[in-house]
Design a binder for this molecule. Structure first.
Ligand code: TRP
Ligand code: SF4
Length: 411
C-alpha cells in the first residue's frame, strides 16, 4: 500500500519519530482515508507519532478569510479520531499551540538561502494554480521552511507525505545539514567526542574507533551501521554525547538536527464518484461522516461504462469508475465473477454495485459511531488536543534548548 522510499536518515530505525500535518481546509472524505489516514493509523502502532493540524500553513493561502480554518480545526480532528487515529498512541495537536515551531522557523530562516525556497516546485505551481489569491507573500514563500521547522522540532526520522510534498522534506534535509554544519562544531568537538567514546567502556570505545576508521577510510557502510547499532545500545551515555558520537562517526560535527526522510504515501487508489480524483471541488466525494443512506444513493447513481445503456448491453469494467471501488471493497474472486457478468451482460449495474455499497457502509458505520461520541462531547476533543499539545511542546522545547545553545542564544 505504502512504500518507504529511502533509507538515508541519520537516525536509527527504532528511534525514528513520525511527524505529519494536515491543513484544516474542509471536511475529510474517503479519499483522505485511503490516501493518508489509514497510513497514519498503521504508523501509530509502529512509531512514536506526532500528528498535527497545520493551521499556520492553512493561513498562508487563506489569510484573507481564515474563518474556514476556525471551522475545520475541530471537525478535522474529529475526522482523524473517527478514522481510528488514537490519542493514546499518537500525539494529536494544533500547530499554533506549539510556538516552538515558529521560533525554530525564525531561526532556520536566518540560514536558509532565498534561492532554496524560490526553487521549491510548489512555490510557483501553487501560485499558478491559485491565481485568484495573492500568494506573493513572505509567509507563502516560507511555507516549506515552516514545514521544516514542524519536522525538525521533533527530530523526526520519517515524514509521511504525498508526492507533492517530497521536495519539502528534501529542503528540510538540506536545512538540517546546513544547520549542523554551521553550529555542530562546538569548540573542542573532537576531544569531547573522544572522551564520550571512553564513557562506553574500553572495549566499546575501541570497537567504535575501529568501525569509525573503517567507514571514514574505506567507506565501509556495514561498519557505519554496526557502529550506529553500538551507539543505540548504550544506556549510560547522555543524549548530547550520543549525538556527538553519531556526528563524529560520519566525520561531521554534532548532529543537532537529524535529517528526516520522506515516507512516500502513494496516491490514493480511491477515485471520486465520477472517476476523477476525489475532491470537494469536483463535488464527487463521500465524506467520512456521510449518512449511510446518502452514501448508498451516491454509489447507486454513480456513472458506469456508458456502453451499458440497457441491461442487455455488455460492458467493460476497465471503462467503469465503479471498478476502482471494487478494487478496494470487493474480494478478488467476487471481482472475477462481476467482471464476467459485466462483459456478458448477465448482471445489471445495480447488482454489481451492491458489494461496493456494502463495503463502503461497513467502513463508514464505525467511523460515524466514533465521530458521534466526539461531536456530542466537544470537551473530549479539546482535552485530547490539550494533552497532545502539552506532550508535543515538551519535546519541541527540548530541541529548542539545544538549538539555542548551538546558535549561541543562551545569555
Ligand atoms: N504541507 C503539508 C500538506 O499540505 C502539511 C504539513 C505541514 C506537513 N507541516 C507538515 C506535512 C510537516 C508533513 C510534515 O500536506
Ligand atoms: Fe460498471 Fe459493474 Fe456496470 Fe460493469 S456491471 S459497467 S463494472 S457497474
Amino acid at each position: 500500500m505504502n512504500s518507504i522510499t529511502n533509507n538515508s536518515s541519520t537516525i536509527p530505525a527504532q528511534f525514528q519519530r513520525v511527524v505529519s500535518g494536515m491543513r484544516p481546509t474542509g471536511n475529510l472524505h474517503l479519499g483522505h482515508y485511503h490516501g493518508v489516514l489509514k497510513n497514519w493509523v498503521h504508523l501509530q502502532h509502529e512509531y512514536e507519532c506526532f500528528f498535527f493540524v497545520a493551521d499556520w500553513h492553512a493561513l498562508t493561502t487563506h489569510y484573507e478569510d481564515p474563518s474556514v480554518i476556525d471551522k475545520s480545526v475541530w471537525e478535522m480532528v474529529i475526522d482523524w479520531l473517527a478514522a481510528g487515529v488514537n490519542p493514546t498512541s499518537a500525539k494529536i495537536f494544533v500547530q499554533s499551540q506549539v510556538p516552538e515551531h515558529a521560533e525554530l522557523h525564525t531561526l532556520l530562516s536566518m540560514i536558509t538561502p532565498l534561492s532554496w525556497l524560490e526553487r521549491v516546485p510548489t512555490y510557483k505551481d501553487q501560485q499558478e494554480k491559485l491565481k485568484e489569491k495573492d500568494l506573493s507573500t513572505y509567509g507563502f514563500l516560507g511555507y516549506p521552511l515552516l514545514q521544516s521547522a514542524d519536522i525538525l522540532a521533533y527530530r523526526a526520522g520519517q515524514v509521511p507525505v504525498g508526492e507533492d510534498q517530497v521536495a519539502h522534506v528534501e529542503l528540510t534535509r538540506e536545512v538540517a545539514r546546513r544547520f549542523n554544519h554551521l553550529y555542530g562544531k562546538e569548540p573542542g568537538f573532537e576531544e569531547k567526542a573522544e572522551s564520550a567514546a571512553k564513557k562506553m567502556g574500553k572495549k566499546n570505545a575501541k570497537l567504535y574507533g575501529r568501525l569509525r576508521r573503517s567507514f571514514q577510510e574505506e567507506g565501509d557502510h556495514e561498519a557505519l551501521e554496526t557502529a550506529r547499532a553500538l551507539l543505540e545500545s548504550q544506556q549510560n551515555i547522555t543524549i548530547g554525547d550520543r549525538e556527538r558520537l553519531f556526528g563524529y562517526l560520519e566525520g561531521g560535527g554534532k548532529i543537532i538536527l537529524p535529517e528526516p526522510q520522506a515516507l512516500l504515501t502513494k496516491a490514493s487508489k480511491m477515485p471520486g464518484l465520477d472517476g476523477q480524483k476525489m475532491s470537494k471541488s469536483y463535488n464527487n466525494t463521500i465524506s467520512l461522516r456521510e449518512d449511510p443512506a446518502e452514501a448508498e444513493k451516491k454509489i447507486r447513481t454513480m456513472p458506469t461504462d456508458p456502453a451499458r445503456v440497457r441491461l442487455t448491453d455488455p460492458g467493460d469494467p476497465a471503462k467503469c469508475p465503479v471498478w476502482d471501488f471494487h478494487h478496494i471493497y470487493t474480494s478478488e474472486s467476487d471481482r472475477k465473477d462481476l467482471a464476467e457478468g459485466c462483459r456478458t451482460a448477465s448482471i445489471g449495474c445495480l447488482d454489481c454495485k451492491q458489494s461496493v455499497v456494502d463495503g463502503v457502509l461497513k467502513e463508514l458505520v464505525p467511523m460515524r459511531e466514533r465521530a458521534q461520541k466526539f461531536t456530542e462531547e466537544p470537551n473530549l476533543v479539546r482535552n485530547i488536543i490539550e494533552e497532545g499539545g502539552e506532550l508535543a511542546r515538551e519535546e519541541a522545547r527540548r530541541t529548542m534548548v539545544e538549538v539555542r545553545q548551538a546558535m549561541g542564544l543562551v545569555y
